[in-house]
Design a protein around this ligand. Sequence first.
Ligand code: PRX
Length: 632
Amino acid sequence: MSNSGKSDFFYPKEDVIAQANVNEYEKMYEYSVNDREGFWEEQAETLGWYKKWDNVLDDSDAPHYKWFDGGEINIVHNAIDRHIAGPNRNKMAIIWEGENGQVRNYSYNGLNREVCQFANVLKSMGVNKGDIVTIYMPQIPELVFAMLACAKIGAIHSVVYGGFSTEALASRIDDANSRILITADGGWRRGKQIDLKSIADDAMQRTPSIEVCICVKNNQLEVEMEPARDFWLHDLKSLPIASSQCETEHTGAEDPLFILYTSGTTGKPKGMLHTHGGYAVYTSTTHRMAFDIKPQDRWWCAADPGWITGHSYIVYGPLINGATIMLYEGAPNYPYPNRWWQIVEKYGINILYTSPTAIRGLMRFGDRWPKKHDLSSLRLLGSVGEPINPEAWRWYHHVIGQDKCPIIDTWWQTETGGFMICPLPITPLKPGSAAKPFFGNEIGLIDEDGNDTPLNEEGKLIIKNPWPGMARTIFKDKERYADLYWFKQDNDQWYYLAGDSAKIDEDGYIWVIGRMDEVLKVSGYRLGTSEVESALVSHPKVSEAAAVGLPHELKGNAIHTFVILKEGIVPNQALEIELKAHVGGEMGKIAVPELVEFVTVLPKTRSGKIMRRVLKARALGQDEGDLSTLEE
Ligand code: PRX
């Protein structure tokens, strides 16, 4: 890419343009929004269906849209079965490297055997179509096998990120009322073994629904196995029931594939529900077009499968597209800050997709670490999870991408299933902007009164149309889904409210600013202020708590908390440390506050709602704004 022409654009190089899967944006965009159903129907036709759909889009119960209803498909038929019936059979599907250097590889055929065995194990445990299986695992191939095994038999997976802790896991198991938990003895991080099974044991104590726990052996930890409840996967796989052949269930396009819990403005995390058909179409199309995936590519999405990025772009999109995916379990800078660059060189990674936090974290070690390695295999780079600051963008582009790799900055959410705003490899780029809407999507910005915001002014980001990858509902709460996310405009159209604010510039480039609600993005991870507050209040010495996110150089945002202690408890540093550890124990390391400040009052409205805005402004030394609703 050269920075010629308009000074604020980075233009893609000729060879990138020449080989792009999509070599024209404007016309195709026009077509995709003028004939949305036609566009998505064409994409759906590239997949394998058992039975064709009746309607591309059914909007009779909007905003509860249905896509490809009447069709029969299974996402695993597309992610595995189609490949093993063709030339991809012996192609590498997964390359996995553990932190201690262990390597495991699976061809598509090998992946199929593992998934079939796992699926047969689940069936033998009485898992049926529509049952919800909770998965709590480190980043190992068995996590992918477990997800695909559920999908293959029509069960619904609910993956809980392996970095979460007891309460986060227990509340998700409870909400889903899961009978089966799949976990591992432990994971590895910075040379240490993380004891997942004992966290799972504590969580199972707090929730009555789990009857069976399947445990994968991943390290040398001694773990307790409760007889008749806990089973080792390797023991189950050696039984005759675990044959390496298993029929893929014919699921309806609108049958649930998974639920994934995500934090919202209030209360407990919501289980966003995604389905087999539209999600398969959306993740594979966005991945193929935005990341220009080619049959020989080695694709590395360095997220955790426990978040939506991993669901859509480690597992489903790339496998449907027949890519070779890289998985690495461990810290990016362990044992040295060149670990990732070593992986890129060793495996010849062509596309790397990660978060701004990871980029900033590696950037601080300087250029000498990436410069030790041959990174010439890289063709494209990606970013996701939070706005990327131009300084990190430039470093990523120059030092990692060697000035030749476009940066595909993708804006999307757990709720959207896949990319909503992103450039294509052919798009001229502006550092820090996710560029333009993906095909089929019309993006707008509105003010408090619902009017369109002028150019370059901040507004609420809305999506003016349904798309196949959209979550269908909040698990068990159809009404809340419609109320929280959709509103009807004067023109009778339903619009989706993203919860982010953004600006659009004179070139039509979209600049996402960040969340407008009480969702925190810490190191790209999504947490709710209410989850951190509940964890604090569950400590016996705490009476009330408030959490806010404040800008942080590395993490994007850091959690600052304000705590009122119970009568007679004296604040001190030891208690601050104790409270941080308590939040870590309940929620996981990612929720540990940067700061615990002891206070005697919290600013509240007359109706008793904590005014986090005021706390934030005070902490930043800014104007506190309108205080007229503050209680006396
Ligand atoms: O605030 C936006 C931010 O991440 C939120 C969604 O978080 P989650 O559901 O965990 O999904 C993250 C991975 C898709 C959004 O509301 N976000 C995500 N991608 C970007 C972003 N903010 C700016 N630029 C992005 N590329």
